[in-house]
Design a protein around this ligand. Structure first.
Ligand code: FAQ
Length: 312
């Protein structure tokens, strides 16, 4: 049974009026948003690591600059999202501590290794591609600060997606056979994990129904996964590559691609911390925080000194 405050809140949602930080909101709406936005922020930050792996080995100066720019964009997205999360009263240090102690989730995709240069293309094309399909509707999410953050983030993600695709197209059009093989190998390894980014199937998604009613999510996990596949396969064909799915087939009647069964056992293992790189990713993040402690201390000391000088 809804109280009068909650009824007024739901009416606003139904009328597509954004909820702002200082507005009344149900506790669970706040909690759900803190959960989703913090996981999203952690994903952006941990998501820098698989690509960071290739900065020193990018094949040309231009590729290296592009890659560094992309990784810096992801850092920006993370900081932007942590700020959106703080508007809900969550504490950034606490949430980051949950990540470092393995109590917070981040996207499963970043627990897979990046083994060859074509992975930088495939991450941009598939991972940022999946991120865009998920995030374009989030520009209309009901919480104002999150929706506005998504507008800028989506613009940058579409640049990332194109730079990734261009890496692969270049290797396929101008590469030697070994380089073409690297492209196919990267797609083989990253295809299924990219589909898992959209989360469990609708029947197994505990949060979807309430998040849809609150318009935090605007489409279900399965709807977005299908949209991603439908728009990605023509791009795959232009590359002249294939995906490791013998069941992938255009279904004329549905007007969508049919596809094979996702290995959900693998997905849940990765969520439990048992993916190929989970431990390495968290260790890298913990070390980064420790190694950067002196910078934060110096910044605070400098700010204090400035303040004293101004007071004098
Ligand atoms: N990995 O009930 P649902 C990027 C969890 S893009 C790990 O369906 P929900 C850009 C889920 O949290 C990636 N965990 O949950 C980039 C829940 O756990 P909880 C980040 C997953 O929230 C590119 C449980 O399973 N994007 O970073 C995953 O309604 C390249 C049950 O699931 C976002 O976060 C998964 N794949 O729907 C950066 C987008 N899927 O908390 C660098 C915003 C599900 O109950 C380089 N988030 N779980 O314990 C969302 O849209 C939603 O949170 C979903 C999940 C769709 C991810």
């Amino acid at each position: 049974e809804m109280g009068p405050e909650e009824r007024a809140f739901q009416e606003k949602i139904d009328a597509e009026i954004k909820i702002e930080a200082k507005n009344w909101m149900p506790d669970n709406y706040r909690k759900t948003l803190i959960r989703q936005i913090s996981q999203h922020a952690h994903s952006e930050i941990v998501g820098m690591l698989p690509e960071g792996n290739w900065v020193t080995r990018a094949p040309t100066l231009k590729r290296k600059l592009q890659l560094m720019a992309k990784i810096q964009d992801e850092a920006g997205h993370g900081l932007y999202l942590y700020s959106a999360m703080e508007t809900l009263g969550a504490d950034r240090d606490e949430e980051i501590e949950k990540l470092h102690s393995g109590r917070a989730k981040y996207s499963s995709i970043f627990n897979y290794p990046t083994l060859n240069w074509a992975d930088m293309g495939a991450v941009g094309w598939l991972v940022d591609g999946a991120a865009i399909v998920n995030q374009v509707p989030l520009q209309r999410t009901s919480y104002g600060p999150y929706s506005r953050a998504m507008i800028r983030v989506c613009k940058e993600e579409s640049f990332h997606q194109r730079q990734g695709y261009e890496i692969l197209l270049h290797m396929m059009r101008h590469g030697i056979q070994a380089q073409k093989d690297m492209v196919q190998d990267a797609i083989n390894r990253l295809w299924w994990p990219s589909l898992m980014m959209f989360g469990p199937s609708d029947a197994e998604s505990p949060n979807s129904a309430q998040s849809m009613a609150w318009k935090i999510k605007r489409h279900t996990n399965d709807e977005l996964r299908q949209r991603f596949i439908d728009q990605t396969i023509p791009q795959l064909e232009l590359l002249g590559c294939s995906v490791p799915d013998p069941d992938l087939k255009w279904n004329e009647e549905r007007g969508h691609y049919d596809f094979g069964e996702i290995q959900w056992k693998e997905f849940y293992e990765v969520l439990k911390g048992n993916g190929p790189c989970n431990r390495e990713r968290l260790e890298t993040r913990r070390n980064a925080i420790q190694d950067g402690a002196w910078v934060r201390e110096a910044a605070v000391a400098h700010a204090n000194k400035k303040q004293k000088q101004q007071a004098a």
